[in-house]
Every structure is written in C-alpha cells, then in structure tokens.
Design a protein around this ligand. Structure first.
Ligand code: C2E
Ligand code: MG
Ligand code: MG
Length: 581
C-alpha cells in the first residue's frame, strides 16, 4: 500500500488539513497528493501521484505544476482556478492531466491554501482522486446519447441541437439543410436481409463523410432508418447547397459492392436554405423533408429546394389528410366506371371502377391526389373496402336490371396496403356472396411494383383470391420494375398496358415493345387490355398488333353509374365513340 511519508505527513499536519487518522488513511488509499509553493513549484508528492503521472518523485520535485497540463482546458479555466486559490480560498473541480507518456487522465481535484506560522499564504495542498474511469463511462454514455451506434454519425438529438444553435446565432450567415432519403432501401433491406441493409447504411455513411468532409461548418447525421441530414453552415451563397446535394447524389448512385452483391441505390435529396428558415430545428427538418418528398415523387434524379409553393402544397395535403378521416361517414365518395371494350367489335367487355371524391368546398378530387395519402394514414383499408362493396353492389344491380347488356366484368383497383391487409380475401368473398356475383367476373387490378414489393405476402394473398375464382390484372404494366419473371410466378390473368406506351406508339421502338408484350402475353395465356386509347390511329395500330381489349377517352371517359347505364341503353346519343366502333 502506498503511504504518506513522514515528511509529507508533517507538511499535512502543518497545513492544518490533515488532522485525523481517517483522513490520512483515505489519502493513502486513493489520494493523489502534491504540495506546491505559491508559484506552483512542486515541493512534495506521494507515491500515487508518481504512479498516475508516470514521473519519478525526483523528476517532479522542483518542477512547476504546469508539467501536467493537457490541452483539454482553456486558459480561462486555469485563470479562474489561480484567482480562487490566490485569494486563499479552496478550489474544487475536475482536471484533465497529461502523464509523462502523453496519456490523459482525469482527476477530481481539491486545492487548499496552506499558511505559515505568521498566517501568510505559503503554498498549496492539492488532493486529487482518479476519476478517469467514471469520465470514460460518462463520455461513452454521452457518445451513445448523441451518436448513432450503427454508423457512428451524430444522431437526431445531436443534429437538432446543432441546427437550433445555428438558427439562434442569427449572424446573417447563409446555411442550409439537406434531407437525404435512400430510394428503395426498404426493398433492398427486405429482399437481401437486414444484415446487408445495415452494411449498406454504413457504406452510405462512409461515402457521406468522405463527400462532405465534416468540419465545424459541415455536420452530417443519421436521423434514423435510411434518412440522413447534412447541415451546411457559412455558405457563400444558399445556392451552393444544391452543388453539394448534386455531388452527394452522384456519390450515392455509384454501385455498392457488399458481400458479393452489387447493389444499385440512389438517394432523393430535399434542401431548405436560410432564405426559408424557421424558428425551430424540427420545423427546418420538416421543410427539408417536404422538399425530399417532392424530389422522390418527381423521380427526376435531382434535389428539390423548399419554397412557398411546396409549403402550400403540403398544407393542402394536410387538409386532405384531415378531411379523409371521415370521408366515408360524410358520404362524399362516388364511383365512376370506365368502359373496357373489345377492340374489333367495339362491344362492351367490362368496366373499370374509378373512385372520385366530391368535397363540399374543394370540389372534385381525383384519386391521384388522395389515394397516396389514404395509404399513408391507413384510410385506404376502409376506403378500399367501401369501393369493393359499393362496386359489387352496383355490378349486381346491373346484372339484374340490364341482363345480357350488363358489362361482363368488373375491374377494381387494389392498392399495396390492401393486398398486405389480412382481411382483403374475406372482404372480397363477402361482397361476391352478398351481391351474387360470379367470382370470375371480378378482376382485381394491382400494379407490378406492388407485386414486386413484398412477394411472399402478395403471392399468398393473390393465390387465395385466385382460389376464390377472382381474376388478377397487372395494372400499368411496363412502368414498374418490369420483372418479367413475376408473370410466371404470380397467378395473373390480364396485362394492362400502361397508357404511356400507347401515348408513345408513334415511335417505332414503342410499337415493337407493344407487339413483343402482346406476343409474350399470348404465349403465357394472358389477356391484354391497352389503357389510354385516345385516337383512331392508336386504335387502328392496336388492332393491327392483335391487342383484343382496350379502354380510353376515344371510347369513353369514366362515367357515373347513371351515365354508364344510359350509354348502354341508348348508345348512339350518349356514347358516340362506343357506338361508332
Ligand atoms: P388506373 O387504374 O391506371 O386507371 C386509369 C386512369 O387513367 C384513370 O385515372 C382514368 O381516368 C385514366 N384514363 C382513362 N382513359 C384515359 C385516356 O384515354 N387518357 C388518359 N390520359 N387517361 C385516361 P383516374 O381515375 O384519375 O385514376 C388514377 C389512378 O388512381 C388509377 O389508375 C388507379 O391506380 C387509382 N385508383 C382509382 N380508383 C381507385 C380505387 O378505387 N382504389 C385504388 N386503390 N386506386 C384507385
Ligand atoms: Mg386500374
Ligand atoms: Mg392503369
């Protein structure tokens, strides 16, 4: 055990500090003790002092205390300390010292002034306790509290703090916030496994750090999931943020080689600059997030900068979101029906059900404006169930009232959330039973990207629907990920060619593509319906290519149930296009 030597003990007693055995024992046990003169020159140290500092007693005696100073503290810190003890007061605080070999250690320090017999300040007694371990634990906990353990980047709390500081500074300097979201990350994570997903996030963080060279002016953080944020401070101009975002997009789009897989992934980036700054960090992040949302939706591969137009759009979306919640009980949803015809004869083959929302203040709202929001907030399930029930009821009534003139098939759109929901099959079964609809008359339209998204659940649900006898159409074919293998793996009956193909059917490459798809579908025993036929030329071409069915404004726009019924009963007056073919 280290002991306080006699000379040292005398000094302590003289100082009037050490007066009990208990104190001396405590000092011997853990205390690191030094006595200095008023200038800070070391007069005496104990063994613990030598041990922790790495110096011998001989090396220390006569040296100024500054020999142990690290760069962890400011001059201000030491000035305060000296001011206190010079006034004869006790100073207490935590000091980081530097040992002989350069390592740092933290000591809880009490410096007590010592007086000589004449009552004059004669020197100082410094008693220290090693707290390096506690400090390390605290630092580690702080690191955990402010950093994301997976990527080592600062976390949400940390970047919120930095952004708030930047806002509060109000120096007039330009700054910007980039909100980065990795495209299709969920798909990669689900299909290739979470371990690889984690590796991808680490690689993305690595590229992010390298590309922006983190400094006092540039900070990068992971908000969570596949979302990252970069704070750019002291910009020469706000426009510079776009240059950084462009560089990042380029960096992220390079292929990733991970565990033998080559992964292609891009990022969508939204920017908010100090020109549109808000009072709080989270509002700034929301603005950048909004811009990112816009960038992702635009699919243009370029960053979007937040502006007031975006804010208005977001407010409208929020309004729609709030209004959507009780849209069914307010009875504002209506179904329209677009005829699907046999291209050769012009005969009515079926109808596609298209939802419309008549809002008392906003007027007509198209599905593209509210279906994505309904999906986000979960309202798509009650809305989807409403569509299935109401459409089947109407279809059942037509079968009774129109007899052989009734449309033979009913096509209902189904979104991804509905396909994933465990009640879909039961809802469909109930509707076809309730309204006595032969199951083969009902077609559910799903987009190919929906099928590719979560193939296991989708396959199961589609198989169950198939077992009921219901048909499955792949909607907007050619716009999604176009994995032709899904045509073999899934129980599909119909391919609906996306209207974009038909629109571009003046170009010979598109014509070749349409032809190839019609031949492929024929070989696989699938029917083809061309969407978006608007002109007689398009119709003639599709007929020539052997496409059997189609829909589009050339025949009819989507009609209310009453108008459709009228056009069936008196085709010449109400639906000239239908009548002409
Ligand atoms: P979709 O299933 O591909 O429906 C075809 C869309 O093309 C309809 O738009 C229709 O009005 C439009 N259209 C029809 N013929 C033509 C044409 O000749 N030219 C052009 N340019 N467009 C034509 P709408 O009604 O706005 O619906 C948009 C999308 O909203 C639908 O695309 C469908 O994905 C979704 N949707 C509609 N109703 C429902 C629904 O009840 N549930 C779900 N989940 N989605 C729905
Ligand atoms: Mg459709
Ligand atoms: Mg479609």
């Amino acid at each position: 055990m280290t002991t306080i030597n006699t000379e040292f003990e005398t000094e302590l007693i003289n100082s009037g500090v050490a007066c009990s055995h208990a104190f001396r024992d405590a000092v011997n046990e853990a205390g690191i003790v030094a006595i200095t003169d008023v200038q800070g020159r070391i007069l005496e140290v104990n063994d613990n002092f030598c041990h922790i500092s790495g110096y011998t007693r001989e090396e220390l005696i006569g040296q100024n205390h500054r020999i142990l100073r690290s760069t962890e503290h400011t001059t201000e810190f030491f000035r305060d300390m000296y001011r206190t003890i010079a006034r004869g007061l006790t100073w207490h605080g935590e000091i980081c010292n530097q040992a002989k070999d350069g390592t740092l250690y933290w000591v809880d320090t009490t410096i007590v002034p010592m007086y000589n017999n004449q009552g004059k300040l004669d020197g100082y007694l410094a008693l220290r306790i090693d707290i390096s371990e506690q400090k390390w634990i605290v630092q580690h906990l702080e690191r955990l509290a402010h950093h994301d353990p997976l990527t080592g980047l600062p976390n949400r709390a940390s970047i919120l703090n930095s952004i708030q500081n930047t806002i509060n500074r109000k120096t007039g300097n330009h700054f910007a916030l980039l909100f980065i979201d990795i495209d299709r990350f969920k798909l990669i994570n689900d299909s290739l496994g979470h371990e690889l997903g984690d590796k991808l996030l680490q690689e993305i963080s690595h590229r992010l750090r390298k590309a922006v060279r983190v400094s006092d002016s540039i900070q990068a953080a992971r908000l969570g999931g596949d979302e990252f944020v970069v704070l750019l401070d002291n910009l020469a101009s706000p426009q510079d943020a776009t240059l950084v975002a462009d560089r990042l997009m380029e960096t992220f789009s390079q292929p990733y080689e991970l565990c033998g897989h080559t992964i292609y992934s891009e990022a969508s980036i939204g920017i908010v600059t100090s020109e549109h700054f808000s009072e709080t960090a989270s509002e700034m992040i929301s603005s950048a997030d909004l811009a990112m949302y816009e960038a992702k939706a635009a699919k243009m591969g370029s960053p979007v900068v937040f502006d007031h137009v975006l804010r208005d759009k977001a407010q409208k979306r929020l309004y729609i979101e709030n209004q959507l919640r009780d849209v069914i009980s307010r009875d504002e949803l209506t179904l329209f029906y677009q005829p699907i015809v046999e291209l050769e004869s012009g005969a009515l083959k079926g109808v596609e059900v298209l939802i419309r929302w008549f809002h008392p203040e906003t007027g007509l709202i198209y599905p593209a404006e509210f279906i994505p929001t309904a999906e986000e907030i979960g309202m798509i399930i009650p809305i989807g169930n409403f569509v299935i029930d109401a459409a089947c009821r109407q279809f059942g009534e037509w079968r009774k009232s129109l007899g052989e003139h009734a449309p033979a098939n009913l096509h209902v759109n189904v979104s991804r959330k509905q396909l994933e929901h465990p009640t879909l099959v039961a809802v469909v079964e109930q509707a076809i039973q309730n309204y006595a609809i032969p199951p083969e008359c009902l077609h559910l339209e799903v987009t190919e990207s929906i099928i590719m998204y979560d193939s296991q659940t989708s396959i199961q649900t589609l198989n169950q629907l198939n077992n009921l006898g219901v048909h499955i159409d792949v909607d907007d074919f050619g716009t999604g990920y176009s994995s032709l293998s899904c045509l073999c793996d899934f129980p599909i009956d119909v391919l609906k060619l996306d209207k974009e193909f038909i629109k571009k059917s003046k170009r010979s490459r598109e014509v070749m593509l349409i032809q190839a798809l019609i031949i492929l579908a024929d070989q696989l025993g699938l029917e083809v319906i061309a969407e978006g036929i608007e002109t007689p030329e398009q119709l003639a071409l599709l007929r020539k290519l052997g496409c059997k069915y189609g829909q589009g404004y050339f025949f009819s726009k989507p009609l209310s149930a009453e108008d459709l019924q009228l056009s069936i009963l008196s085709p010449k007056s109400n639906s000239p296009q239908l009548a002409r073919v």
